[in-house]
Design a protein around this ligand. Structure first.
Ligand SMILES: [Zn+2]
Length: 271
C-alpha cells in the first residue's frame, strides 16, 4: 500500500509547490497532519470542510487533496468556534492529513487553467500571460466566430452553471477568449486578457466595479460561478493521479468527494 508521502510526491511532480501566483502569498502543500503513514485511499475535493474530513475517515482515506487552502492566512487559534478550526480539529482527531494545491494546480500543464480552457471549447490554447516562467490564465481561439452571449450560453452548458451571464456587450463578435477559473474578477486580468488578443474574458467572482469596467471598456466578461468552473476538474485530477500512481506501481485509490456542494444555490432550487 502507498504512503502519504508517495501521494504528496505525485502531486508535487504534477504541480510544483514553488509555482504559485507571482506576488501572491498562497499557502500550498501539506497544511494539516503528517506526511507519513499508510495511505490506500485519497479523497479529492475543492474545499476541505469538516464534512469532507468526516467523509474521508468514513471511506478509509488517510489523506485529502484539496484545491483551496484549508488555512489561507495565518491563524492565531484553532478552536471549534470557526469552520476552519472545526475542520482542522476533525482532521487531527480522525488522523486525516490535508494537502492543498491551489494556484500551483491552476497554472501547471494539465491543471485547472488548461482544463477550463478545454471545457470552454478553446483551441490553440496559450498562456494569457507569463510571469517569472509561470503561465497565468489561458487564451484560445473559438472554432468559429461567435458572440459573447452565445459563448456564455455555451459556458453555461459546459460548466453546468445555468447562472452564467455576460457583463458588457453580449453582441460583440468573439474570435478568441481568455479564461481564469475560479475568482479572476480583477481589472488587471481584463487588461491582460485584452493584451493576449482575446475579445472577451471568462471568469468567476466578478464584483460590480469590474462588471462596469467590462461594459465601459468594450471587453465583455462572461461570469461563471467560481465553484462551477473548478469542481468539474476534480474528476480529471482523479484520472491524472490514478494514472500517475499506476505508472509508479503505487497501490492507491482516489475518490472524488460526494459530500461537497456548491455553497451558492439558486433560489429556485430552494423553493
Ligand atoms: Zn477556486
Amino acid at each position: 500500500m502507498a504512503d502519504r508521502s508517495d501521494i504528496i510526491a505525485l502531486m508535487r511532480r504534477f504541480a510544483p509547490e514553488s509555482a504559485t501566483e507571482p506576488g501572491f502569498s498562497d499557502n500550498v502543500g501539506l497544511l494539516v497532519g503528517s506526511a507519513r503513514g499508510v495511505c490506500g485511499r485519497v479523497l479529492l475535493c475543492l474545499d476541505c470542510t469538516e464534512r469532507a474530513v468526516e467523509e474521508a475517515a468514513a471511506k478509509g482515506c488517510s489523506l485529502i487533496v484539496a484545491h483551496h487552502p484549508l488555512i489561507f492566512r495565518s491563524v492565531s487559534r484553532v478552536t471549534d468556534e470557526t469552520p476552519t478550526g472545526r475542520a482542522v480539529l476533525a482532521a487531527a482527531r480522525l488522523n486525516v492529513s490535508v494537502y492543498c494545491a491551489h494556484t500551483n494546480l491552476d497554472f501547471c500543464d494539465g491543471g485547472l487553467n488548461d482544463f477550463a480552457a478545454e471545457t470552454a471549447g478553446l483551441k490553440n490554447v496559450r498562456p494569457m500571460t507569463t510571469d517569472g516562467g509561470i503561465k497565468v490564465g489561458r487564451t484560445g481561439d473559438l472554432p468559429a466566430p461567435t458572440t459573447a452571449a452565445r459563448l456564455a450560453a455555451k459556458c453555461a452548458e459546459a460548466f453546468g452553471d445555468p447562472r452564467a451571464a455576460v457583463a458588457g456587450d453580449g453582441s460583440k463578435t468573439v474570435r478568441a477568449a481568455a479564461i481564469v477559473n475560479g475568482g479572476g474578477g480583477d481589472i488587471e486580468f481584463l487588461k491582460l486578457a485584452a493584451e493576449s488578443g482575446a475579445d472577451c474574458y471568462i471568469t468567476g467572482d466578478v464584483p460590480h466595479h469590474v462588471a462596469l469596467y467590462a461594459a465601459e471598456s468594450g471587453m465583455p466578461v462572461i461570469i461563471v460561478q467560481h465553484y462551477a468552473t473548478e469542481r468539474i476538474y476534480i474528476s480529471r485530477l482523479k484520472d491524472i493521479l490514478t494514472e500517475a500512481a499506476r505508472a509508479c506501481g503505487l497501490d492507491a485509490e482516489f475518490i472524488v468527494s460526494e459530500s461537497e456542494r456548491d455553497p451558492v444555490t439558486t433560489v429556485t432550487e430552494e423553493l
